[in-house]
Design a protein around this ligand. Sequence first.
Ligand SMILES: [Zn+2]
Ligand SMILES: [Zn+2]
Length: 384
Amino acid sequence: MEQDMWQQIEPWMQEIRRKIHRFPELGLETPHTQGIIEEALDFLNIRHRRLITTGVAGIIGEDAQGPAMLLRADMDALPILETTQLPFSSEIPGRMHACGHDTHTAMLLGAAYYLKQHESQLQHPVVLMFQPGEEGPGGALPMIEAGILDDPPVSRAVMVHVDSDLPAGVIGLFSGPAMASPNDFAITVRGRGGHGAHPDKTVDAIVAACAIVQACQTLVSREEDPTDPLVVTFGTICGGYRENVIADTVELTGTIRILSPEHLEKTLARFDSFVSQIAQAYRAQVDIRMQRGYPPLVADPAFTAQVETVLAEQLGQGSVVMLARPSMGAEDFAYIAERVPATNLHVGVVGPNFVTGIHSAGFNPDERALRTGAEAFAAIAMTL
Ligand SMILES: [Zn+2]
Ligand SMILES: [Zn+2]
């Protein structure tokens, strides 16, 4: 009976995934994807509402007692020109579902299909969160502000993401700080220009900028706990006119990625004081603009352990692995994980036709993963 139901759900999910894959949408502008989700929820007779214009919130088991569990999928694509040659390739040049968010949405709809058929057995309501803008500017925080966690009150949350290091059929879990907080910066270093032959009459912005770049490397080597991952990358350095002119201005940009939520504020403050004080030592002025990114994603250890037990029972021991390493990538589900115990299901997508990983033009996840992700979502919602 159960097998029969999944045999119905599987091709339905595949069809939805391919429909979304054909028309990738970027950022918060996902009306076409929203339409596909709403149509599917209507078909399943699941009540839903729009949040932040293009997001969708669905609800199953409204009458069940107890605080709700939230299941989340993201909807947006990337500005990449697809090269897979698949029959359902992107029909919009320069846009592609290269991060697997099309599969996440299909997995959540597949789980919704199953859960709706088992609605009377649910111990608690299940909130379905379909979120745009994960690749930026972020859809999770605006959806929280619009009330996704409040009505009904959510007490636990689970997300899925494809993992191009795991085979299809396998789910990875990570416990604790799992993904980084990315914080992008731009710095303008201002000196006083002049003739290259007379440096004593100038303030050399290039020398000051170089000192800043060098000094900030010691944030990683001398300031952060060596067992806590931190990345300080300067991505661009720009300034100067010609070989015998001392530069008056240099522009630097880069990113600081950190895993530990406890060390985030301290690290950004130390960065600020390094940059300002090194500039001062060289008699230069600086203007620092910090674009704060998502917080680190922390998978709740106790909740993740419960999820591991459920998945091992439902999918089989060999289908669940605990991942040894966190990722310095970022994820805006972190805002939800800051508020309620939460975890991330890393759904393996490597199959026989797999070529390259996520965020690449040839990304081709194995569609057998759709069922694995949907079954995992459903099992967690039914059991925990
Ligand atoms: Zn991505
Ligand atoms: Zn993604």
